[in-house]
Ligand binder design. Structure first.
Ligand code: NI
Length: 200
């Protein structure tokens, strides 16, 4: 049986190769993850209009953490749930903490979400909630910067809904990406996350 020897050495070779591959993965993967977290920036400048008709930019909120959610006022369930949780989380902060956070709702449906529509909508949730809209030309680059997915879906009777991603972005005091929550995060989870960064 001459095949015994080669089989053993093949097995040994495979073991050595597996070891090398494992070492390479251990050495390289954390670095890949690190650069993956640093290189593609999320967020960026915006120039929009708030629910009182005031023109604002990202710089209007410097010095505060921006908690940003993208959606639309005609959304049947996902947006109201997420914004309700944001409002509850904000209520759980102390007044000193609240002064350092601005919850912002940016529309993915600028055609229907006029300034007046936004004004009516955001007051349903919290007096602190800022609602931002603009022309489609103003909204489009913001969606791209935050890598928000939004697509119009035709419904019956000439109406439509918007398919959209549901993520809460937490931006730091200089407007840079800090962290994010899943859009289905509970008020407790959002409040705990905010407090963590406010404490630091
Ligand atoms: Ni929605």
């Amino acid at each position: 049986m001459k095949t015994g020897k080669p089989t053993r050495s093949t097995a040994g070779l495979v073991a050595v190769l597996a070891g090398v591959v494992a070492l390479v993965l251990i050495a390289v993967v954390p670095r890949l993850l690190q650069t993956g977290g640093q290189a593609p920036a999320i967020g960026g400048p915006f120039a929009l209009t708030d629910q009182s008709g005031r023109p604002v930019t990202d710089a209007s909120y410097r010095g505060k953490l921006m908690l940003i959610y993208f959606g639309y006022t005609f959304c049947p369930d996902v947006c109201p749930t997420a914004l309700g949780n944001v409002a509850q989380a904000y209520d759980r902060l102390s007044p000193a903490e609240q002064a350092q956070v601005v919850p912002i709702f940016i529309t993915v449906d600028p055609d229907r979400d006029t300034v007046g529509q936004m004004a009516q909508y955001v007051t349903n949730f919290s007096p602190a909630l800022v609602g931002l809209t603009g022309s489609p030309e103003q909204i489009k680059p913001v969606l791209r910067e935050f890598r928000v997915y939004a697509r119009k879906v035709e419904a019956s009777g000439g109406s439509y809904t918007m398919d959209h991603s549901s993520v809460l972005y937490l931006m730091d005091r200089s407007g840079k990406y800090l962290s994010h929550f899943d859009g289905s995060a509970s008020a407790d989870q959002i409040a705990a996350g905010l407090k963590k960064y406010l404490a630091g």
